[in-house]
Design a binder for this molecule. Structure first.
Ligand SMILES: C[S@@+](CC[C@H](N)C(=O)[O-])C[C@H]1O[C@@H](n2cnc3c(N)ncnc32)[C@H](O)[C@@H]1O
Length: 275
């Protein structure tokens, strides 16, 4: 998948899940409105925009290794009239971190679906702990899986296809994305955080609720095809190919039963305030 295709998929993800992220952010147990927020592995800004909307006095420093994602984020910020409240920083969080406290230590650090990509999340958690202002909060959002789109009995010729795709991806991820599904609660505690809140958030978005659902499903299934296609039986691969053929009669774009279903785990954690 090229940087551009990946950025496009993140934009679709942000579009489809914007309401769900707004609800997630609305329920964060944050005692006082943060002013300086850092979003680590921001993507194209799904979390940044939810945070800026909930906290109208806040500015976000949005960090990502991908210049293309940050370009899209800036474009999205301008389109929403939020350009002057977002500062982007291109940085590889596996390397030395840039100074993310140049204009004051952040009172909220947010990392959504990004820490599992890092070589050593424990190192990142230690840096986040040291970066936060005294009394500041860290919100960690992690996903356990790729989203699902189809009913269990679809498609008619290969029922259960999506489940088998997910089993195939899990095998690939176990080798290539080993920190997906890490025991984050223990990792946070080991890094010196106190977990103030933890919950599982189920997100469900039907096509009628977002016109981007079809293209999001198509893009995600294409990514699954690219990542784990070689793990599938020939009949499953053929059925998947019919779903991702945008112009074909079996295309997912022609189905009226597509619902995005995904889950996030959310932790809100603090560090001890020095006496
Ligand atoms: C799955 S996306 C999550 C995007 C967004 N935060 C969200 O909640 O949807 C993971 C993001 O982490 C970024 N990322 C991955 N490895 C990184 C690294 N070493 N340093 C900085 N960003 C990284 C990717 O470029 C991508 O934008």
């Amino acid at each position: 998948m090229t940087e551009e295709q990946w950025g496009e998929l993140l934009d679709l993800d942000a579009d489809v899940l914007a309401g769900a992220f707004a609800a997630l952010v609305a329920e964060l147990p944050v005692p006082r409105s943060p002013e300086r927020i850092v979003d680590l592995g921001t993507g194209t800004g799904v979390g940044t925009f939810a945070l800026l909307t909930r906290f109208p006095d806040a500015h976000v420093t949005a960090v990502d290794v991908s210049a293309e994602n940050l370009r899209r984020l800036q474009e999205n910020a301008r389109a929403r009239g939020l350009g002057d409240r977002v500062h982007t920083v291109e940085a590889d969080l596996d390397a030395d971190w840039p100074d993310l406290a140049a204009s004051g230590a952040p009172d909220l650090v947010w990392a959504s679906a990004s820490l599992h990509h890092l070589a050593d999340p424990a190192v990142a958690l230690g840096r986040i702990r040291d970066l936060l202002a005294p009394g500041g909060l860290f919100t960690l959002v992690e996903l356990t899986d790729f989203p699902r789109f189809l009913p269990a009995d679809a498609p008619a010729e290969r029922p259960g296809l999506e489940e088998r795709c997910h089993e195939a991806i899990a095998r690939v991820n176990a080798a290539h994305v080993p920190h997906l599904g890490l025991d984050w609660q223990s990792a946070l505690t080991a890094a010196g955080f106190t977990v103030a809140a933890h919950r599982d958030v189920a997100m469900s978005v039907a096509w009628a609720e977002s016109p981007s659902v079809g293209r999001y499903a198509l893009g995600t299934l294409r990514r699954i095809r690219q990542t784990a296609g070689d793990q599938l039986a020939a009949e499953d691969l053929a059925a998947l190919d019919r779903l991702i053929d945008a112009d074909g009669p079996g295309s997912i774009l022609r189905r009226d039963d597509v619902v995005v279903r995904t889950e996030r785990q959310v932790w809100v954690a603090s560090t001890p305030v020095p006496a």
